[in-house]
Design a protein around this ligand. Sequence first.
Ligand SMILES: *Cc1c(COP(=O)(O)O)cnc(C)c1O
Length: 491
Amino acid sequence: MIDVSKISIGRNATIREALLRLDSTGFGVLALLDNDGKFERTVTDGDIRRLILQGCSVEDTLRSLPRIDSVVLEYGYTQSGALALMNSHAIDHLPVKGEDGLILGVLDRQELDEQILLSTPHMGSWERGFVDEAFKTNWIAPLGPNVDAFEREIAEYVGCRSAAALSSGTAAIHLALVILGVSSGDTVFCSSLTFAASANPIVYQGAEPVFIDSEPDSWNMSPIALERALSEARSVGKLPKAVIVVNLYGQSADMDPIKEICERYEVPIVEDAAESLGARYKGKASGTFGKIGIYSFNGNKIITTSGGGMLVSDDDELTARARFLSTQARDPAPHYEHSQIGFNYRMSNILAGVGRGQVRVLDERVMSRRRIFERYQEGLRDCEQLQWMPEPSWSFSTHWLSVATVRSDLARNMTSSDLIKLLAQDRIEARPVWKPMHMQPVFQSCKYYNHGDASVSRNLFENGICLPSGSNMTDAQQDRIMESIRKYLKA
Ligand SMILES: *Cc1c(COP(=O)(O)O)cnc(C)c1O
């Protein structure tokens, strides 16, 4: 919405002044205010053209503009309602009334047509150069100088010894489990509140997932539930082969207690940091706490190679093994010799070129997403129905997504899914929080350990909402989202 003050003009202004104003503001519309400063009507290029055709000169004032009652949008409108109104009157601008009945601003059709997505790729200025270099040198195959450099750059960024660039985050989790020797009949513990890609590789290996609830302070794996699950597993003589700890929405899990527990039971940690590249836990990079960490460069993540992943470790032999397994496990021999089952999981040199460009803007992307979260909190402070994802003092979250829960008891029973549907009518893509794995039909026979009496992850799923958070979202787009949310929560 265009603020009235930015496009206001009085009847004493000349047609020339109006044209200059239209030209400099670039919105294609002005707001004509009467002598008391109250909104009277909109003035478009077309209105000026008609004055000139009637014989007015550019030095005449706007006094000869007819008095009309502009069609006005009432407070609480929906985007689809606004579009329908524009269509029925064949106009592209609509004044919008505020809660107090005064005109707040003018809505532009272009703004309505534009869909705001949850999180879209955001390219920087370096990617093309690295990709061009790959073309020039014909390094189109997997492997190549961009792959080696991208691995070094990620390892350096997160402060671990080595990294293996792979075709996806899922492939990285799968190889981590293969390397840790997970096989048929084993169990692997995994955070329940996550995307299915965290848990699917357990099943690829013929092993059985056991799901662990979240704790309320970080929304990540509950050390209490983990301890209970491990203690029960030991009592029946079946400790898991690994624990997959997920760092949700850009925030690290509480790694100190989780590490202490896993060390006590001597179970290795795989850290799923697909969503938390750039985040820190007590100053140390998220993804570097387990025996193996993984990142994702899928299109919606904080940085992207369009598709890709990385496996990191402080054990060079582990990453070397990941590289070996990801390129079909070829033994060193001139002919094709295989003594193990391999995979085709390596990242291509072209995509690694995109990744190298993206690493260079990673810190900027983190700061943008953190700023978006802060703007939501600040701008929607009066909406006490929204409770933002907490950020404990030990956490430096990237806020990959800005997430909140809706207290429907304070919102006239409006649930998070109601709000998601309403925002969709305004062409704003919001999503529910991940549906926990223990609630998924495909994992219904798997064991699950609650944090306390109630399931924290289920509650977060049932009340959570993820808001558009892309680092390339403009302030104006975010303002539009906040305006919509406030309209529905306050109406
Ligand atoms: C995106 C994601 C993955 C999978 O990464 P891909 O690169 O898409 O295979 C795994 N775990 C979590 C938590 C994710 O968000």
